[in-house]
Design a protein around this ligand. Sequence first.
Ligand SMILES: Nc1ncnc2c1ncn2[C@@H]1O[C@H](COP(=O)(O)OP(=O)(O)OP(=O)(O)O)[C@@H](O)[C@H]1O
Ligand SMILES: [Mg+2]
Length: 280
Amino acid sequence: MTGSPPELPIVVLDALMPTAQRLVINRRGSTVWEVESHRGRHAVKLGYPIEATADWPAQPWTALAPAREGAVLQRLGLEEIAYGEWQAGTWNIQPWHEGPDLYRLWEPCRSKGSSIAPQTSVVLGCVEALAELHLKGWAHGDVQPAHFIIGPERTQLIDLALARGGHVPDEYDFPFRGCLVHYEAPEISRSVLATGEAEPTQEADVYALGASLLISATGWRAVEYPDDAPRPVQREAVANGKRRDVKAPGELGELIEAMLSHAPEDRPTIYEVRKALSQS
Ligand SMILES: Nc1ncnc2c1ncn2[C@@H]1O[C@H](COP(=O)(O)OP(=O)(O)OP(=O)(O)O)[C@@H](O)[C@H]1O
Ligand SMILES: [Mg+2]
């Protein structure tokens, strides 16, 4: 399924009766729409399988991801969640969260010669969002700058398709095979290299938050590897802990260093991160 994005399935149209809709992203295996209706604004995610190509193996799990996320969001007690199946895969409906993501918000910090420092209040918003999830006993598994939406009232952590911590219906579940390598903790990379799979953990989420803050504030990845390195090579570098010599300014820099500790047990918990920030 390449080229034009899939249209909203009938079940979704029936559920929301859209008055307006806008395509947000259309990537291989996943399409997101922003939909307006008398029920308010919602994000609609559609998943379908990624076919095999010369460079990629087939990825059937992308078809299941929206239903899996829908089940997780309901499990977490969120309202206005619906999910189901359509002809090519699964879909979900969730509340739309307005605001820039962390990477976009901190663009001014990254511009050349900039003296704009990353705001502690923004960091705290991201930390709060992750702490809320951890407190419920879940690990996110795919923490990255694009998944923090900095709203006017609070920060939302989106994309819970890979989260672990409670029951997910068997028919929509699939193994965790790592995340974007820039944000992958060394133990996750090592496990994916060895077995093709890993277990998302709260410790790995803290590492991913550290890597997200670092790249958003400075433009640099936490670990050194060439931009065009194949994924296993990237994972080797992460597993070996080839940290880049780059720091965010001030006390935030120290805190990020601790979050990026090689051994999971050396990283602060998200509650310790919150405490350190509120005292600074
Ligand atoms: N609830 C939401 N509110 C606002 N924007 C959203 C919401 N859900 C998704 N988006 C937008 O759509 C983008 C993709 O969503 P999401 O990350 O959940 O999908 P994905 O298919 O898992 O993408 P990826 O493979 O990049 O992780 C987000 O980066 C964000 O811009
Ligand atoms: Mg995503």
